[in-house]
Design a protein around this ligand. Structure first.
Ligand SMILES: [Zn+2]
Length: 205
């Protein structure tokens, strides 16, 4: 058995991104939050669909388009059914879709982390490898994720990186999480390595 512990963490963000938009009632830029509701408008065989956002100050609504003048025959039947049922899974997916870069958007860092062991290691664990699956956009930074999930301080995480014992690729510790991020930690000679390895697996004590 190898002395490398491999785990996969799936990160599920809790709060969808919130764009700053001009609210005509507030007369200025305010933050808009998804209502989770989808609005569909059929005009003959053409269909429009929007995700409805609300101004966080006054509840004024704004419709984010995702289908425009689409012929019904070109819409996947499954999607069509989800639209008509106001399926919460669909509205969540839409709320996490990427925004144009030029728009100011607030990203949040609250998230649930689901941990799976990909391959066990012999004891003691000498090396920990974490692969992150991030299906949706999140503002959660790599160092915050590691600190929270491994029960370590952020300064300790940073000093491990500075000493060459920890690498987060691509992008390093200060970036927001991206799908496919890989973190490797050299645990040789680390006094609390059993605790770190255990925390990475997500198992209950
Ligand atoms: Zn408003």
């Amino acid at each position: 058995m190898s002395d490398v512990l491999r785990v996969q963490w799936t990160i599920i963000p809790a709060t969808a991104p919130e764009p700053w938009l001009n609210c005509n009632r507030c007369r200025g830029a305010t933050r808009f939050r998804t209502s989770g509701k989808i609005r569909v408008n059929a005009n003959g065989k053409r269909l429009d669909a929007w995700l409805i956002y609300k101004c966080t100050s006054c509840d004024n609504t704004w419709n984010r388009p995702f289908l425009e003048r689409r012929h019904v025959s070109t819409i996947d039947p499954h999607l069509l059914a989800s639209l008509q049922a106001n399926d919460p899974e669909l509205s969540r997916r839409l709320a996490f879709e990427k925004w144009p870069r030029k728009l100011k958007v607030m990203h949040f860092d609250d998230a649930a982390v689901r941990k799976q062991v990909v391959s066990e290691s012999a004891r003691p664990t000498c090396r920990l490898e974490i692969v992150c699956v991030v299906p949706e956009t999140t503002g959660l930074r790599v160092d915050r994720l590691l600190a929270a999930e491994l029960h370590l301080s952020r300064s300790r995480i940073r000093s491990m990186q500075d000493a060459g014992h920890l690498a987060a690729c691509p992008g390093g510790l200060r970036r927001s999480l991206r799908d496919g991020l890989r973190v490797t930690i050299d645990l040789r000679g680390v006094h609390d390595r059993d605790g770190i390895a255990f925390a990475a697996t997500g198992r209950e004590a």
